[in-house]
Design a protein around this ligand. Structure first.
Ligand code: C5P
Length: 218
């Protein structure tokens, strides 16, 4: 059994940045589960399927195989044998991932992969339902959040740095919509697990958040 750290929280709370640093410091493997939902979203978009076409998405899940590999310690996402890591971060893909992750077959398609990784390895896994559904017995559970304003500004900066064109107002709307979808869906909605430690990072530096989480780990 691996040592498992679960970090959940809304879009743009800084989960991946923080989780990567914690993983590096502690020597654990970082698993970004959002990237897996994004990979399936890329697949649906490629097939021209709309988020509202549930039956087509359910069917398409049968032909989509998501795998992870690591290149210089950085997670790579392989969709049907092709490395699609550099296509995952756009707003279009994020919005599609949020809409389609509410569909049972989509979640089922990724469940085994996520549980299996955590069983074999020491992991920091980030997502929406890791502490509540995927790893209910995780050794450490964190619910990482920040205000919508803070999160929108961070995502804006992240996209700009990657030279992806974007508008702050639109990102704010997308984040609010994604929160609403992720928190109110029927299966595995985003919520703080009862035994999770709440961290609001609005007024904390990255280092402070990393320190706090590392101090909770073995
Ligand atoms: O974290 P990220 O923005 O990459 O996640 C994209 C979308 O994937 C989220 O908005 C959420 O709907 C979905 N997701 C999920 N469960 C997870 C991780 C991500 O439903 N464990």
């Amino acid at each position: 059994m691996g040592y498992n750290v679960a970090i959940d929280g809304p879009a743009g709370a800084g989960k991946s940045t923080i989780a990567k640093l914690v993983a590096k410091k502690k020597g654990y493997i970082y698993v970004d589960t959002g990237a897996m939902y994004r990979a399936l979203a890329v697949y649906f978009l490629e097939k021209g399927i709309k988020a509202s076409e549930t039956a087509k998405i359910t069917e398409a899940c049968k032909d989509a195989e998501v795998k992870l590999s690591y290149k210089n310690g950085i997670q790579q996402v392989i969709l049907n044998g092709k490395n699609i890591t550099d296509r995952l971060r756009s707003e279009e893909v994020g919005n599609m991932a949020s809409a389609t992750s509410a569909i049972p077959e989509v979640r089922k398609a990724l469940l085994f992969l996520q549980k299996n990784l955590a069983e074999k390895e020491d992991v920091v896994m980030d997502g929406r339902d890791i502490g509540t559904a995927i790893l209910p017995n995780a050794d450490v559970k964190i619910y990482l959040t920040a205000s919508v304003d803070t999160r929108a500004k961070r995502r804006y900066k992240e996209l700009k740095e990657k030279q992806i064109s974007c508008e702050l107002e639109k990102i704010k709307q997308d984040i609010a919509k994604r929160d609403e979808q992720d928190m109110n869906r029927k299966i595995a909605p985003l919520r703080q697990a009862e035994d999770a430690v709440l961290i609001d990072s609005s007024d904390m530096t990255i280092e402070e958040v990393v320190e706090k989480i590392c101090s909770l780990c073995k």
